[in-house]
Every structure is written in C-alpha cells, then in structure tokens.
Design a protein. Structure first.
Length: 541
C-alpha cells in the first residue's frame, strides 16, 4: 500500500499495519488500521487495506463497504477496484462486481485478473458469449494463465464442447499439474469421453490435495458420476454424502430453510381443499394473449429432456426455469383472503392484470415473440398448477413423470445450486418428503381441476422415443416431425443447456438411469415407504 490517504504520494501511517502483516499478525494489522481510521476516517489506503483483510477473513459484506468508500475517495487508485470486484462477486452481486472490473479495465485494458473476474460475472449473469470473449482476451495476454484456461475450459465443457474443453485443460495442466479446477474439468471430459478409469484415478489424486470446500464439493459430485458409471454404488453413495455435507456447510441454516420450504408446501395442501378447487372459476379471457404451455414435474424427472424435444419447434418458444409464477403468487397473497383462498374471488379485471403481469415479467428475461406460444419450463411449478390454471384456463400442462425412487435418488446424487427448495436434497429422506409434498399437491390438482394435462413418463421416452414424442405432439397440436425424437440434434444446435443435466441431455437416450434405484436399495430403506405409494399411483410396479 502506498499513498497519503488519497491513493498517491508517500504515507508512513500505514507502516505499523504493514509490519504486523509481514510478521504474520493480521489481527494486529486490523487494530492498527482501525486506530488510523479513527483519526483519519477518509484515509483511502487504510480503507482499502482493511477491506482486503476483511475479505480474506470471509467478511465480504464489511470488506465491500470499506472498499467502496476507498474507491469513492480515490477513484484513480487501481488496486482497490479489482478487490472491490472480488468482494462484490463473493456476495453474488455480479452486476455491481462487473462495473468494478470494468473500471479496472478502463484504467488498464490488459489487467488479466479483471478480465477473468468480469468473465465470471458475465457467466453468472447468463451472458456466456461475453464471458468467453473476456477469457479469450485474457489468454491472448497471458497464454498459459492457468485460471483463465480453467475458466474457459469449464465454459466449453458446460456448452458441450468437450474436445475443446479437454484440450484447454491439458494445456493448463502442462504448466500447473496440480491445479484443482483444471483437473476437475479434465476428469469431466474423460468421463464424458468414456475413459472412466482415468477419470476415477484423476479424481482420487485430486482429492488428496489441499482443496477449498467448493473445490472438494465439486470433486465429490464428479466422483458420484464416475463411480456410478463404474457400478461402484457404495463409493458413489459415500461421495454423495461428502458432497452434500460440504454443500450444507456452504449454506447457513440450510436444514432450517429446507424445513420451512417443506412446511409451506404441506400448509398449502391443507389450504387447497377439494371444495376450493372444485369451485375455482376459470372463464376464458379474451385479451389477445395466448395461454402458455407449462412443463412441470419434479427436478430430475426428465423435464430438460422434454424441453430439448420441444425446443426448436416453430410453434413454441421455450423459457427455461424462471420463477415468474412465484411473483404471481405474491400478488395473490397480498389480496384479501391471501393465497390460495383469494384465487376463488379473483375478478375478471384482476385475472387480466395477472395475465399481463406474467407476460411483462417474461419480457424482462427473454425476447418474446408474441405470435408464438410460450413454453414455460420449471419443474416445481407443479406446486403452482392451480394458480396457473386460474390465470390461464386455456393452458396445457405437460407433467414429466419418472419412477419416484429414481427421482429422489437422482436429486440426492446431484449437486444443485442451493435455495430453500433444493436444500431438501441434501439428504435422501428429506428429498423423499419434499417429493411427497409436491406430489400430494399434484394429485389434488389433477383430481379436482379440469386440466388440459398430459403425462409423459421418462421410461416411455427411453423405451420408445418416437411413440412418446408423437403422443406429446398430438396433445399440443404440433405437426409431427420425426426429427424431434432425436433430441441431441437440438442440443448441438442450441449449444449451452443451463441446467444440472446439461451433460446428460447431450447424450443419446440410454437405459442406465432406468430403475437405477434398485442398485442403491440398501441405502434407500428410509425413502421407500415415503414415495412408493406415489409410484403405484403413477403406474409403476
């Protein structure tokens, strides 16, 4: 750190804090900086240094506040902007972080770390083309930069450009053979290329290194996939236990949040009485808006596969996993009677407003063609079928079904980005209880609402994709196209599939995921009594 408190000139007031840091006493350095700031509250360099120390201690909120004050006082100080970007990125404030990195690049267009940070922000904001441009620019500047190569390899692998991802990871590993992310991407590529033994060996070597929690979590879930493919069921289960324990540690209060999400579903079941549903009015609304198709089910039940089959049909425009129905529910919840009771008292004017609100929200997340019917794909909208039916009485609902034991197992074995609902998948019994709560709502909606509903079973798609696809197309009044049964062609044309199953839907249909739960039966004894009743009612033996 240099400067007179405003980012320029010489300033010896930081010397005691710097000396404490060099002596390995960061707590003393923090005390020295706090004392300095008590005397000089607008000391930009001290704010910067203290902000960095807070971030290094995982106090990113405090660090971001200090760094923001520092750059406000000394906007030309180059070192503070990348640290501010890092702090904001750690807080998932990616738009703000991107602005900080852009300020760095305005001062120094060749700042590689800022390019990498900006690429991460763009990726998290779903602007993957921009992310790739920034990473390629970083590699132009520093061709063997391990982090830039790893980030670009990850982007390629997630876009199903596996050969390119492997080449990039191998290029980076030639310079940094123990780099965790490069090894992880290489292992993913080896698995996807069928070299399971090589992937398993690489992952075993990787887990012997000193990894961060996030790196260890990613490695554990990749081991799940590899060991499962190798038929090493117990090893896969143990890896899932490790991965989910690390995921739980990353989310403060995960168990309590999961329980709240489950309680909310169970409370809705008590409120969605048969009488309320039987009396739910659904008069057609002539407002020029076409009622959507809703693709629902449960996570890991095959919704992404169905989405790939339907995407590319000129009669449909797909919206991937946006929680817009949640916003409609919030509007209804604020009405007299609350949610769901207020659904039965909605006036025609209120229904029109909700319909327009829905499409206004859609327009904020995609460029919608109003002449094409929207397909809204979000598995857990199953719990909102009654709301969607009330607002869109002409909607078609496609329900993706899969054997409940396979669904619950797959949820437990998958590394999800956690939220209140997904936190239920940190254990198999909790996943089973959440599945049962969603399915109880689905069965009640199905039995008491006059739904336009089509159920497509994952197993039927695998066994006879053409017959299952023809039935689905007939339900949606789509002209039959034999190429639709080849979902991999659409995946190749679409490029990136932004769901956890991106790598699976890129493969031809396979049977190895059918009845997979039987291999794990000894680990699922607590799950069976919870979900098997739903299996029989879905027609599974």
């Amino acid at each position: 750190m240099t400067g007179n408190g405003n980012g320029n000139g010489r300033d010896d007031s930081l010397a005691p804090a710097v000396a404490a840091l060099r002596a390995g006493r960061p707590d003393d350095a923090v005390r020295q900086l706090n004392d300095l700031l008590a005397r000089q509250p607008d000391h930009a360099d001290a704010l910067h240094m203290l902000g960095v120390l807070c971030c290094s201690a995982d106090r990113h909120e405090q660090g971001a506040r200090l760094l923001s004050r520092s750059v406000a006082l000394a906007p030309g100080m180059p070192g503070a902007w990348p640290n501010l970007g890092n702090a904001l990125s750690a807080l998932n404030r990616y738009t703000d972080a991107a602005q900080a990195y852009e300020r760095v690049l305005a001062l120094n267009a060749g700042h590689v770390d800022a390019l990498i940070g900006l690429a991460r922000c763009r990726s998290r904001l779903k602007d993957f083309d921009a992310a790739e441009r920034h990473l390629r620019r970083a590699i132009e500047i520093e061709p063997e930069h391990a982090v830039a190569l790893a980030r670009l390899a990850e982007l390629c692998e997630e876009s199903n450009r596996v050969a390119e991802a492997l080449a990039l990871s191998e290029r980076g590993l030639a310079q940094a053979p123990d780099h965790p992310m490069l090894n992880l991407i290489a292992a993913r590529c080896e698995r996807r290329g069928g070299d399971l033994d090589a992937a398993a060996e690489r992952l075993e070597n990787l887990t012997a290194l000193a990894l961060t929690d996030s790196q260890a979590r990613a490695a554990a879930f990749e081991q799940v996939r590899v060991y499962d493919r190798l038929g090493q069921t117990d090893a896969a289960w143990q890896a899932a236990l490790r991965g989910n324990a690390l995921a739980e540690r990353s989310w403060s209060g995960a168990v309590d949040d999961a329980k709240r999400a489950l309680d909310q579903l169970e409370e809705q079941l008590t409120r969605f009485t048969p009488a309320l549903l039987d009396d739910l009015g659904t008069d057609p609304v002539d407002d020029g808006l076409t009622d959507p198709v809703f693709l629902v089910g449960f996570p890991r039940s095959g919704t992404t596969l169905l989405d790939q089959i339907l995407d590319g049909r000129p009669q449909l425009q797909v919206m991937m996993e946006k929680t817009i129905a949640n916003r409609l529910q919030q509007v209804v919840a604020a009405l007299p009677g609350g949610y769901p009771q207020a659904l039965s008292d909605l006036t025609e004017a209120q229904v029109r407003q909700l319909r327009q609100r829905y499409f206004d929200e859609v327009d904020t997340v995609m460029t919608r063609d109003p002449e094409v019917r929207l397909l809204d794909k979000l598995p857990l909208n199953t719990a909102k079928i009654a709301l969607l039916y009330r607002v869109f009485p002409g909607a078609h609902f496609v329900f993706a079904a899969r054997h409940p034991m396979d669904v619950v197992l797959s949820c437990f074995l998958q590394d999800f980005e956690l939220n209140h609902a997904m936190a239920n998948f940190l254990s198999a019994p909790a996943a089973a209880r959440y599945y049962a709560a969603v399915m109880a709502l689905f069965e009640r909606f199905r039995d008491h609402l006059d739904l336009r509903l089509h159920v497509t079973r994952y197993e039927d798609l695998v066994d006879d994709p053409e017959a299952a696809t023809q039935a689905l197309f007939a339900f949606l009044d789509l002209p039959w196209d034999a190429s639709a049964a080849d979902h991999t062609r659409n995946v190749r044309e679409r490029g990136r599939i932004d769901t956890p199953s991106y790598h699976q839907v890129a493969e031809p249909l396979y049977r190895r995921a059918v009845a997979r739960w039987r291999r794990y039966a000894d680990h699922l004894e607590d799950v069976r009594p919870i979900v098997m009743p739903y299996a029989s009612r879905l027609g599974y033996p």
